[in-house]
Design a protein around this ligand. Structure first.
Ligand code: ACO
Length: 319
């Protein structure tokens, strides 16, 4: 048995300044603020204005740099960076390598993970295991997305849902077994790949989604993996202090809460302000919860998410 556990020492986040409200979208699409609010809970999203040259690496670097400062850790002490993104700056170099250079890290490794909206929990799980195996001591996990550039802005089914942003956490191994990442579970079902996809080639290089199907699988799989990690740690659902779900749709979040028997009052929801920022949504919400004083010493926090692939992940962290 491992004598160490991996703790989340700090978190940072960054979103573009520019805001696109539902009302703004009404001006170019056959939709309404009311439809979007009732069906999704989203009121606005932060997006990079057309023509502005801000990349996933730029936002990711800002989030990671903030997290490093909060943890009082120097870039040269970072052994590894894992970046979850489906909107990389290049096929290569990876967004993580670009963040590594921009932060001024010396040495260590950096690579990207492609797990769409489940990317943060995938990256957290990989980093946790690498640290526990002794391959690194201090790592940064980043989720960073520039989704606005991948959308078909004439498709009202999908473009209303997303926003741009980044979040990052600093992880470190500690001898204290009473806190840290207590359990995590990742899973995928490639047979469901067609319900949500973003082709890399051809003339349809924009997000394509069968919303109803994504909705149903999201509720089922996020509930199942959450129940699984809770069971793994041997605690009860009532022992969990906060649930930070992927911010896709308020109705998905309510249905997951219902299915788990978990009260909405203990769930962090900020999709009204940011929309769905994919792999960035959990760390952005964690950052806000931390700033609001909700991540208290001893807090038991559950993350859960689902993304294209389909990919799904849940992690239970004691702070
Ligand atoms: N404005 C107005 N009307 C719209 C809009 C819009 N933006 N979008 C769709 N409609 C219409 C449809 O055309 C349809 O009209 P019709 O009945 O005349 O055919 C009607 O509204 C109902 O459409 P549905 O697709 O049944 O609406 P639903 O209640 O399922 O909501 C939504 C659609 C919001 C996309 C929902 O299915 C959803 O959120 N699914 C999950 C998708 C998701 O979160 N994807 C993100 C990536 S994966 C993840 O993060 C978990």
């Amino acid at each position: 048995m491992n004598s160490k556990r991996v703790q989340i020492l700090s978190v940072g986040s960054s979103v573009p300044e520019a805001v696109l409200t539902n009302k703004d979208i009404e001006s170019f699409l056959d939709t309404s603020d009311e439809w979007i609010t009732v069906r999704t809970g989203i009121k606005q999203r932060h997006i990079i204005p057309k023509g502005e040259d801000i990349s996933a690496a730029d936002l990711g670097t800002q989030a990671a740099s903030q997290a490093l400062k909060k943890a009082d850790i120097e870039p040269q002490d970072v052994d590894g960076i894992v970046c979850a993104t489906f909107t990389p700056d290049y096929f290569f170099p990876s967004t993580a390598c670009r963040i590594q250079a921009a932060l001024g890290c010396k040495g260590g490794f950096a690579f990207d993970i492609s797990a769409a909206c489940a990317g943060f929990v995938y990256a957290l799980t990989v980093a946790n295991n690498m640290i526990l195996c002794g391959q690194a001591k201090t790592m940064i996990v980043v989720g960073s997305e520039i989704i606005s550039k991948t959308l078909d802005w004439t498709d009202r089914n999908s473009c209303i849902l997303f926003g741009d942003g980044a979040g990052a956490v600093v992880l470190q191994a500690k001898d204290d077994l009473s806190k840290g990442i207590m359990a995590s579970h990742i899973e995928s079902d490639g047979n469901l790949g067609d319900i949500l996809k973003l082709p890399a080639w051809g003339d349809k290089r924009f997000m394509q989604m069968r919303g109803n199907e994504v909705f149903k699988h999201a509720v089922r799989l996020m509930s199942d993996t959450s129940a699984r990690v809770i069971k793994q740690t041997g605690i009860g659902i009532n022992d969990i202090d906060l649930l930070i779900p992927h911010q896709a749709n308020i109705r998905i979040i309510r249905a997951v809460a219902d299915s788990l028997g978990f009260p909405m009052e203990k769930i962090i929801v900020n999709l009204d302000e940011y929309g769905n920022t994919s792999s960035a949504s959990i760390p952005i919400a964690l950052n806000e919860a931390w700033d609001d004083g909700l991540i208290k010493e001893g807090a038991k926090v559950l993350f859960t998410c689902l993304g294209g692939g389909v990919t799904v992940g849940s992690a239970l962290v004691y702070f």
